[in-house]
Design a protein around this ligand. Structure first.
Ligand SMILES: Cc1cc2nc3c(=O)[nH]c(=O)nc-3n(C[C@H](O)[C@H](O)[C@H](O)COP(=O)(O)O)c2cc1C
Length: 403
């Protein structure tokens, strides 16, 4: 056969292949692979291959405005995207010939042992995603024994969440309500047995005007929102933690969020104090000087400042500055078990997830939250097996490299 004939035959074969249903199916698969984070709509939690199937489902099941509230970043969602993209700059350096039959994923946080380093991040208004809201999350947390942090703007009171969790949760604090309001919330958290309070510092002012993805989603939503809202905006309903706090005291900008506030917070409570939203070494060092017990490296899941930097890169900067002097948590962009391993290799003691469990909650309530947690637990264990790291202690700087 001449080269020409050969080329003709090859062209004919490719033409045949391109027209065949098999090829279309493969092309579809390849496309799906190219957008690996697209996920597929599913009808039961056990069908979720990874958490992106829960995302795809939540995006179809939830009203557009409510999904938009969950999904939004700020402006063009640059920080949100950077949170995912930054993980790609790190690769895993696996150690071979290690007996990985026994993998120990346990971590110890403030003297308490947890089966995994996966913590449930504080998220407000969870009834916007499922009628059981924070109670569904708490029941899932109880079933799989995860640490849960409750938001100041929770749609369920802390007393009920602690009861559903069957154990104390941590409390996340916004400075809404001024000191009189903050004191009321601290006393409630203490009475509910909270061992720790996380002060969120990355929203010194409201980022609502910059949440453009949310604003666009609201335009697509033609429902009568009076059913779930008293005022305007997705999260406008009166929050149970504000009970007894006068309406005009609830403005978070009424009180400057400064180091003085942190200083006083430490004096106001016996709870462990963490600062959530730190992204630089300088601020982390100052937190340590102010005697905080923990630091949460976070950019609020890309919903606060439009920095365009991934939180995993902030962790790489912050962890050496902290150098073990405070408990270090990280969130924003964790979507896979390998992401967790990377964060721990960079120095985090534990990680937190926000949207991944919300996707489960929005899709299937408690069962969906359980599925999201289980997927990430399973993936993390497998990541540890392949990395040749048998315990959290064995995950370290050598476990990763930079592309
Ligand atoms: C819908 C939504 C509401 C949130 N509400 C709060 C909140 O009330 N307080 C807070 O400190 N962080 C809040 N966060 C930020 C989360 O605690 C966490 O930092 C973030 O979701 C982690 O990023 P991820 O969603 O990429 O996992 C919220 C996040 C989302 C998605």
């Amino acid at each position: 056969m001449t080269t020409q004939q050969c080329n003709n035959n090859r062209r004919d074969f490719l033409k045949y292949l391109a027209a065949s249903p098999l090829c279309n199916a493969l092309a579809g698969l390849e496309f799906a692979h190219a957008s690996t984070e697209a996920g597929q709509r599913i009808t039961s939690p056990d069908q979720a291959i990874d958490i992106f199937d829960l995302k795809a489902t939540a995006s179809e099941v939830l009203p557009p405005a409510h999904y938009g509230y969950m999904a939004t970043g700020v402006n063009a969602d640059k920080t949100l995207r950077a949170n995912r993209e930054a993980f790609e700059n790190y690769y895993l350096r696996s150690t071979r010939l290690v007996n990985v039959r026994q993998i120990d994923t346990r971590v110890n946080i403030f003297g308490e042992e947890w089966p995994t380093p996966i913590v449930i991040a504080p998220v407000g208004s969870q009834k916007a995603f499922h009628s059981d809201g924070e109670l569904a999350t708490a029941r899932a947390a109880q079933k799989l024994n995860h640490l849960q942090i409750l938001s100041t703007v929770s749609s369920t009171p802390i007393e009920q969440v602690a009861e559903a969790r069957g154990a104390p949760v941590w409390f996340q604090l916004y400075t809404l309500g001024g000191w009189p309001g903050v004191r009321k919330m601290l006393r409630r958290a203490e009475a509910a047995g909270c061992p720790a309070v996380a002060l969120t510092v990355d929203l010194p002012t409201s980022s609502a005007p910059a949440r453009h993805t949310l604003q666009r989603a609201i335009r697509l939503d033609s429902r009568d929102c009076a059913v779930c809202h008293e005022g305007s905006g997705v999260a406008a309903r009166q929050k149970p933690m504000f009970e007894g706090i006068a309406a005009d005291e609830r403005d978070r900008r009424g009180m400057a969020l400064t180091w003085d506030f942190l200083e006083q917070l430490r004096q106001e409570t016996q709870m462990k104090v963490l600062v959530k939203g730190i992204v630089t070494a300088e601020d982390a060092e100052r937190c340590v000087e102010y005697g905080v017990d923990g630091i949460i490296v976070s950019n609020h899941g890309g919903r606060a400042d439009d920095s365009g930097r991934g939180a995993i890169d902030s962790l790489a900067e912050v962890a050496p500055a902290v150098n073990g002097r405070a408990t270090l948590l990280m969130d924003s962009g964790i979507r896979r078990g390998t992401d967790i391993l990377k964060a721990l290799a960079l120095g985090a003691d534990a990680i937190m997830i926000g949207r991944p469990y919300l996707w489960g909650l929005g899709s299937f309530g408690q069962a969906g939250v359980e599925r999201a947690l289980q997927i990430l637990r399973d993936e993390f264990k497998i990541a540890m097996e392949f990395a040749g790291t048998r315990s959290i202690r064995e995950i370290g700087p050598d476990s990763i490299g930079m592309v």
